[in-house]
Design a protein. Sequence first.
Length: 156
Amino acid sequence: MKTQKFTLEIDEDDTITLGLVRLVKEVADYELFYHINELNDFKFKRISDLIFQGVYFDYHFARFEAFHHDSKICIHIIANRSHHSIQKKKITELFNTEEDTKYLLGNSPDVDYLIKTSEPFGDFSVILLPENLMFQIQDFPLSPNEELYQLIQYYE
C-alpha cells in the first residue's frame, strides 16, 4: 500500500493576520514598551522605521521587535500613525488628499499599533499586556492585494 505525504506550504500571497492595538490613554512609546517589557521575558527594542513613500511626503512609522524564544516567533509592533514626515516636493494640486501625517490603516485612526508575527496567523496570546494601558488585541485579516500587505512584506 502506498503512503502519501502531505506538506503544508504557506503561500506568500495568503492573507496574514495583524493584531490591532488601541491604547486606553495616550502614552509615549518608551513608556508603553517599558511596561510591556516589564511583564514579558522577551524584550522589545526599537528598530529602524518603516517608511511609506507618498507622492509629496515620505512618512516614518516607529517599529519595535522582540523574539519569543519558547515559540520561536519574531514579533513586530508598528505604529499606525506616522511620527515624522519629510516633504519631497511642493503641493501644487488643489484637491490633494496627502497630508503631513499618515495612518497605515487610513480607515482606523483610533488604532495605535499594528502587531505582526513571523507566522502568517497571529498568535498574540504570547504577549502579556499592561491592562491599565491597552485594550485587548483585535485580529485583523490583511489580504495580499492591499498596499499595506506589500509594505509589511518588504520590511519583513
